[in-house]
Design a protein around this ligand. Structure first.
Ligand SMILES: [Zn+2]
Length: 361
């Protein structure tokens, strides 16, 4: 059998190189404009804990964290603010999809300061440093992420580290919160010290949540804390206390009676449950927002692949016009969504979702 001509061999090699290069990115990397708008689709709320040397329970490696940011960007996701999700005000270019980035437990691994010539700089190996460097390379992403904070937990989980843990000074805790807010990031309550709310008496639930809000207010006076991330995803027995309540600090002898500290969360994050519903979906429930935990044993790729499959779990894709709600292609409607104009429940009825497009709020 004679050997094939050199040209054919070379062509074949080139073709297989091309095919190999194309296969892993086929569905994911289709041009953004090729994705049909679907503003009733799902929105991943991704959740990181420690960003460290290796993957494991409640941790991802720094390499993996960067790979996850890169995958989200490559697949047409853009970080949005929690406030925009809650208001249903998602203003993205056509073909782009929203993602909400969240960080729990306020460890130094997420936000470490270094002292350089008398100045504080963000450690480029902390999650914030990695994210900021990524933003500098990708100007189509803005600094949007939600940090769910513990003001007084052990082992450095007190507003990103204290008492010399990982080189972090107690005095840097409040400046770190102000730094985040000034950059456009959002702060969220995660209780005072990661309390098991399911086992706590109602008075302790109120104290944990009110003091979480108070501590953030001490760092950033007047900051509106809009969200709670439930520690371990566990609800207090009196579920309504996760949303709103009040706690009165103990009276001190000779001092006037202290005023109660009130809290009201507009959003409650769970720890898992998959991508969240669109705020335009009548079944959207901001007081039980599922998330996509990223840690050892989980795979962002698997979640993003599922979001790229047609059907009720397909991703939210913007139509580029924040004044209209683009319905998914026929057959893609989310389960439970009323196909007729003005479906029942929260969202559609007051937003006038129509068969083609409706007004957004
Ligand atoms: Zn936590």
């Amino acid at each position: 059998m004679s050997s094939p001509p050199r040209f054919a061999l070379r062509f074949h090699a080139l073709l297989s190189t091309l095919v190999t290069a194309l296969i892993p990115v086929s569905a994911a990397a289709q041009p953004v404009s090729a994705r049909a708008p679907n503003e009733l689709g799902r929105i991943p709320i991704v959740e990181w804990h420690l960003v460290a040397d290796t993957d494991g329970p409640y941790r991802v490696s720094r390499t993996r964290f960067l790979a996850e940011l890169t995958a989200l960007h490559a697949r047409g996701y853009v970080p949005i603010a929690l406030g925009d999700l809650l208001a249903g005000r998602i203003d993205l270019p056509a073909g782009k999809s929203p993602v909400l980035l969240t960080f729990d437990d306020s460890s130094p691994s997420q936000f470490r300061y270094l002292e350089r010539d008398g100045r504080l700089v963000v450690d480029s190996s902390s999650a914030l440093g990695i994210l900021e460097a990524f933003l500098a390379r990708h100007p189509d992403w803005s600094p949007r992420a939600v940090f769910c904070l513990l003001p007084a937990a052990d082992a450095g989980h007190a507003f990103f580290g204290d008492r010399g843990i990982e080189g972090q000074r107690t005095a840097w805790r409040h400046p770190k919160l102000r730094h985040l807010v000034a950059r456009g990031y959002e702060l969220c309550n995660h209780t005072l010290w990661h309390a098991r709310l399911d086992r706590s008496a109602p008075a302790l639930v109120r104290e944990q949540l009110a003091r979480g809000v108070m501590a953030i207010d001490s760092a950033v006076p007047g900051y509106p804390v809009r969200a709670l991330a439930l520690p371990y995803g566990l609800w207090p027995r009196e579920r309504a206390l996760a949303v709103s309540g009040a706690w009165t600090p103990p009276a001190r002898r000779g001092a006037p009676a202290p005023a109660p500290v009130r809290y009201r969360h507009e959003a409650v994050f769970l720890v898992a449950g998959g991508p969240a519903r669109s705020p335009h979906d009548p079944a959207f429930d901001p007081l039980a927002l599922p998330r996509v935990p990223l840690q050892g044993g989980t795979s962002l790729t698997r979640t993003l692949d599922a979001l790229d499959r047609p059907g009720p779990g397909a991703r939210y894709v913007s139509d580029g016009n924040p004044a209209t709600v683009a319905r998914p292609p026929v057959g893609h409607a989310p389960v439970g969504h009323a196909p007729a104009r003005g479906g029942a429940g929260r969202g559609a009825s007051d937003r006038g979702v129509s068969a083609s497009a409706g007004q957004k709020r």
